[in-house]
Design a binder for this molecule. Structure first.
Ligand code: GRG
Length: 323
């Protein structure tokens, strides 16, 4: 799906799909588990499934797999464009595409992946699914723009931060999870539960990412890459710390071009409950995600149950991860 005609574009578009630099593939993993968690098993009611979805089970599975592929292509396209905007030089432990092949090819490779994703999406001939994924792309762009253009009040607002986090991180996985349910012919209630799972898992994931930016793999402060704060991006730990120490606001307002301000913010963060409260908020979203799975219609098929257990377990992995 990502092979282009022109050699330069081909190597650019394939860059992050090569072995070793393919990333965690977290989104497609969740989506394939969601597909199994929601599908009526073949041997139980083949005719009912076919009637409900107008699709034979094997064909349904391959259409859902297509959603997983499309989602990963959209994700990688957004990473390529993000690295151009941030002028990043590394990604997934290697040179970022903009660094290796230049901004122009990186932008074009992102556009190419996005257009291949559109072609694949159109081939599914389901307008609701097209809308869901198109909405997710719009949200990625909106979230990135929100982050880039904050006023000083927005920068200090937890609501603004959560909205931006939904757009940048949670929308793609929530809307694509819902698309999996829609393709399976599930009711709007069940499709909404799939959406709620993705949304809360995505929010928990990003909240922990924001903690790890300060702590890295250890639990001690300052061991992370500190990339957000160095770029002037204010995340949940600092926002919570500011509630306890309003004086931190002055430091944040001054910005972080001066490294002494980063140190000062870290001092405030260290004596505050900021990291702990962020972890707690992540845990709350993880348990909401888990509750959505538990509300799926009862099903005793072994594969369905195993996939549901895996989705629940993932919520715990997301909040307990150290990298
Ligand atoms: C071209 C669709 C498109 C969007 C352009 C630049 C932009 C608008 C949006 C940026 C969106 C962005 C980079 C959000 C961050 C999402 C995120 C949590 C990335 C990290 O995901 P992981 O940890 O990474 O799953 P791997 O490398 O494992 O895939």
């Amino acid at each position: 799906m990502v092979i282009a005609e022109v050699p330069k574009l081909a190597s650019a578009a394939e860059y992050f799909f090569k072995m070793g630099v393919e990333g965690k593939r977290f989104r497609p993993t969740v989506l394939l588990l969601m597909a199994t968690a929601l599908n009526v098993p073949m041997h139980r009611s083949l005719s009912e499934t076919a009637a409900a979805t107008d699709t034979l089970p094997a064909e349904l599975r391959s259409r859902q797999q297509c959603i997983a592929e499309i989602t990963e292509m959209i994700h990688v396209a957004s990473l390529l464009h993000d690295d151009v905007l941030d002028d990043a030089d590394t990604r997934r432990g290697i040179g970022s595409l903009n660094f290796v092949m230049g901004n122009k090819l990186a932008v074009l490779a992102g556009d190419f992946l996005l257009s291949r994703a559109c072609v694949a999406l159109a081939s599914l001939k389901n307008t609701e699914v097209v809308s869901l994924l198109a909405q997710a792309v719009e949200h990625l762009v909106t979230g990135e723009t929100m982050q880039m253009t904050t006023t000083s009040d927005e920068r200090l607002s937890m609501d603004y931060y959560m909205q931006k986090t939904y757009y940048k991180t949670a929308s793609l996985i929530s809307n694509s999870s819902k698309a999996i349910a829609v393709l399976a012919g599930q009711t709007s209630e069940v499709s909404m539960l799939a959406y709620e799972y993705g949304k809360n898992l995505g929010l928990a994931y990003q909240l922990i990412d924001d903690v790890l930016d300060f702590t890295g793999t250890s639990t001690s402060l300052g061991k992370g890459s500190l990339s957000d704060i160095r770029h002037g991006i204010i995340t949940a730990p600092i926002l919570f710390a500011m509630e306890e120490y309003p004086a931190l606001r002055t430091v944040v307002d001054q910005g972080f071009d001066d490294y002494a301000n980063v140190d000062m913010a870290l001092d405030f963060l260290g004596k505050s409950q900021g990291l702990q409260k962020t972890r707690e908020l992540a845990a709350k979203h993880a348990s909401l995600a888990s509750a959505a799975i538990d509300s799926f219609p009862e099903n005793y098929d072994e594969d369905v149950q195993r996939s549901r257990r895996a989705l629940v377990e993932l919520t715990q992995r997301v909040i307990n991860r150290t990298k």
